[in-house]
Design a protein around this ligand. Structure first.
Ligand code: CA
Length: 239
């Protein structure tokens, strides 16, 4: 069931794909906005604050990567689901590194797409509805590291660290279960918590890498998010 009053921005230059997306999204109860090139997409994203963006990557005037980077650099947390070609593995990784939340490969089934849209909207609304409290509710998960699960903020040595929704969820999931090793498959199921369709476990690796770059004093020798070779990742509370 679609959430009421949610607006999806479709940024895609293939008009037949836009038509199909618009039709199905509206039939599911969403409002839609459309942009057929990158510049228009970025403009609408900034001015109309959609609840989620479906973002093609190869676009006239400005690529989906540039849109993603530009929105994230400005601190815009809107969920972004990339529309990628199945063969373009490097595009997926690049997009995730630039701060996209998810991707779906073309050709996709409408059922799968609607499931992705719903899942990404639900995660985001959990965060958006959390009160913007200070660090009062923060719990210490390692000597220098604390998480405020009310405001969804993470602090290292008292300074706030700016994480994306997915990075926050991954960190929190691991930190609340310290020293327990989770395989990438388990993390995919638990943190990316919808039936991920036979897909790319590198999504987990990329998110771990991004998280380490923001979190770790030395990302090359991580102290918090550690790798157990051949098994998976775990959070260590010992520094
Ligand atoms: Ca295109």
């Amino acid at each position: 069931m679609a959430e009421q009053n949610k607006t999806i921005l479709i940024v895609e230059d293939e008009t037949n794909i836009v038509d199909i997306l618009r039709f199905n999204l509206q039939r599911s109860g969403y409002a839609t906005l459309e942009a057929y090139d990158g510049e228009a997409g970025l403009k609408i994203a900034r001015e109309q604050n959609p609840d989620l963006i479906l973002l093609d990557l190869m676009l006239p005037k400005m690529s989906g990567f540039e849109i993603c980077r530009s929105l994230r650099e400005a601190g815009n947390p809107v969920p972004i689901v990339m529309l990628t070609a199945r063969e373009d593995e490097s595009d997926k990784v690049t997009g995730l590194e630039l701060g996209a939340d998810d991707y779906i490969t073309k050709p996709f089934s409408m059922r799968e797409l609607l499931a992705r849209v719903g899942a990404n909207l639900r995660r985001f609304s959990v965060r958006a509805s959390a009160p913007a409290a200070g660090a009062a509710g923060a719990m210490t998960v390692a000597k220098a590291l604390s998480i405020d699960t009310d405001s969804h903020q993470v602090f290292r040595d008292g300074g706030a660290i700016n994480l994306t929704q997915r990075e926050y969820e991954l960190l929190t999931f691991l930190a609340l279960r310290p020293n327990k090793v989770f395989s990438r498959e388990e993390l995919m199921a638990q943190v990316w918590n919808y039936g991920y369709v036979g897909d790319d476990l590198r999504t987990v690796d990329v998110t771990v890498r991004r998280l380490r770059e923001k979190l770790e004093p030395d990302p090359a020798t991580p102290t918090y998010i550690r790798t157990r070779r051949g098994a998976g990742y775990y959070f260590s509370s010992e520094e």
